[in-house]
Design a protein around this ligand. Structure first.
Ligand SMILES: [Zn+2]
Ligand SMILES: [Zn+2]
Length: 266
């Protein structure tokens, strides 16, 4: 049976140096409940160390937490990567840490990177610099995440910096992604007007919240359960799954010539 999920799939915690200290597990889940969200994703910059704390805080609340990360690729492109389990995201994090330059975070410049243990208690500050590019390319990130049965979603594609369109000029048609995220600066119709290529992709509208107040519920998904596989079907508009952003149907309008996208091979 298909159900509706109100979702915000791009939320930072206090581990992201640019996020407010209030981005703590119980407060994030409380805000999600107040907004009526059933599905969120925790996506800190190049790290997933605080995901377990938020997942634990969500137990019994009816809010599902996808285990995610916002990766910054070699090309300075931000990509959301989403997984169902902590084990999957931990495997991915190993690859990311192995390709992060060994630099120390300068708290005075970038801010503090507060680590939480699984119970949500402060467990020190992460020393290594997270807000920088890893050595993997966009293509390598997509391949690596797909190999772990995760889902890659180019982030805030309409933004003039750190986006796949601004940095590469376009979304490489052969790139194995079904959906992209638009920022709060545009609606789905406006985004497809500005970037006609987006008609080939399902759209997600997420908050990219660095403060509790910024969290939101722009995206509605119709799917069987709150999993990455179902999310992928919804973004492709397949098998009666659907996605809306700001109440506007945002599944792909036409398949890519290569065959992916609406009605394609997946
Ligand atoms: Zn970003
Ligand atoms: Zn972000």
């Amino acid at each position: 049976m298909l159900r509706f999920f109100l979702a915000d799939l791009h939320i930072h915690t206090c581990l992201s140096p640019c996020a407010e200290l209030e981005m703590l597990p119980e407060l994030i889940i409380g805000r999600a409940q107040a907004l009526g969200l059933q599905l969120i994703a925790i996506t800190d910059h190049n790290s997933a160390e605080n995901v377990a704390a938020v997942a634990n805080a969500a137990r019994g609340t009816g809010v599902t937490v996808l285990a995610g990360m916002e990766v910054q690729t070699r090309e300075e492109v931000h990509m959301l990567v989403l997984f169902d389990t902590l084990e999957q995201v931990a495997s991915w994090q190993e690859q990311v840490y192995a390709s992060l330059p060994p630099l120390r975070n300068d708290e005075a410049v970038f801010g503090e990177q507060l680590l939480l243990n699984a119970d949500g208690e402060p467990a020190g500050y992460l020393d290594r610099l997270l807000v920088t590019s890893i050595a993997l390319s966009v293509e390598e990130v997509v391949q690596g995440v797909n190999a772990l049965n995760g889902l890659c979603i180019p982030a805030h594609v309409d933004r003039p910096v750190y986006s796949i369109i601004s940095n590469l000029g376009f979304i490489p048609p052969e790139l194995d992604v079904v959906g992209v995220e638009i920022s709060h600066n545009v609606g789905p119709l406006q985004a497809r007007e500005r970037f006609p290529q987006l008609k080939h992709y399902g759209l997600l509208g997420s908050s990219d919240a660095h403060r509790l107040h910024d969290m939101g519920g722009r995206t509605t998904l119709k799917m069987a359960e709150a999993t990455v596989a179902e999310l992928s079907l919804a973004l492709a508009g397949r098998d009666s799954r659907e996605v809306w952003v700001d109440g506007i149907s945002s599944a792909p309008l036409s398949p890519l010539p290569g065959g992916r996208g609406a009605g394609g091979e997946g």
